[in-house]
Design a binder for this molecule. Structure first.
Ligand SMILES: NC(=O)c1ccc[n+]([C@@H]2O[C@H](COP(=O)([O-])OP(=O)(O)OC[C@H]3O[C@@H](n4cnc5c(N)ncnc54)[C@H](O)[C@@H]3O)[C@@H](O)[C@H]2O)c1
Length: 251
């Protein structure tokens, strides 16, 4: 994959899918801004990248804060001169096992703020820079929960369907500007976020595994491969699409 010297920003890159994606971009010789609300975790990812001989810099960014996202893009452009790839990965799972009639309002607002408004802010600011420079690729991390119904977690479902909708609508607007916008839709993938769901009941792990034809959870680096491919020129005629990585769960 030709990602050499591409300038990449990844949100939520202190752990899980974001950290694996940052490491894979860096392994392909991209220059990566590793952004996370938790700067200690971002620094750990940067250290792993540098130990492996790659180039990265850390940034503390809460994607729900427009000014912080603006500072993230500005810092990246100041450091590296441009922004080739924006990976909007930061996300939270919300409270599980709450039916809609009793869904907690604070949880609703928090999940929508991070998973939906955060992606909007990041796309908006990345697009301002990419339009100016005349090229770019955005990859949003949606979810299988953005394509299919999933009970007992309406805020997460709403936010991820929104990410898919924003991906398609923005792709329509920016095709002629040489900017592609796509999304990955992971199924159940090993990470802190999945662990939270598994901890919600004793039978959760068994029940989830039963739903996956391949009989196992995904691994963060498997999702990272798809994100890097969608950001690379190998997928240059693809825009506004979702790529599902779920071991067959959606079947
Ligand atoms: N793990 C799965 O099964 C799965 C499945 C489908 C989609 N996803 C999506 O993948 C993405 C990454 O999740 P993960 O599984 O790697 O989880 P994770 O919890 O390991 O990583 C999420 C990262 O986002 C950061 N973050 C949280 N709130 C933030 C904020 N306001 N601003 C900036 N960073 C913030 C966290 O600090 C953390 O480092 C999320 O968007 C998630 O919804 C995960």
């Amino acid at each position: 994959m030709d990602l050499k010297d591409k300038v990449v920003v990844i949100t939520g890159a202190g752990s899980g899918i974001g950290a694996a994606t940052a490491k894979l971009f860096a392994a392909h010789k991209a220059r990566v801004t590793v952004s996370d609300i938790d700067v200690d975790k971002a620094n750990e990812t940067v250290k792993d990248i540098e130990d492996a001989g790659g180039k990265a810099t850390a940034a503390q960014t809460d994607v729900t804060q427009f000014k912080e996202v603006a500072a993230l893009i500005a810092q990246t452009v100041d450091t590296f001169g441009q922004l080739d790839v924006m990976v909007n990965n930061a996300g939270i799972g919300g409270k599980h096992q709450l039916k809609t009639a009793v869904h907690d309002h604070d949880d609703w607002h928090q999940v929508i703020a991070v998973n939906q408004t955060g992606v909007f802010y990041c796309m908006q600011l990345a697009l301002r820079q990419m339009t100016q420079q005349g090229h770019g690729a955005i990859v949003n991390v949606a979810s299988l929960a953005g394509l299919k119904a999933s009970g007992n977690n309406l805020s997460y479902s709403a936010s991820k369907f929104a990410v898919v909708g924003m991906t398609k609508s923005a792709a329509l607007e920016y095709g002629r500007k040489n900017i592609r916008i796509n999304a990955v839709c992971p199924g159940f993938t090993q990470s802190a976020l999945l662990n939270q769901l598994l901890a919600s009941s004793d039978t959760m792990e068994k029940n989830l595994l039963r739903m996956i034809p391949m009989g196992r959870f995904g691994e963060a680096h498997e999702i990272a491969e798809a994100i890097c491919w969608l950001a690379s020129d190998h997928s240059r005629f693809i825009t506004g699409q979702t790529l599902t990585l779920d071991g067959g769960t959606s079947l």
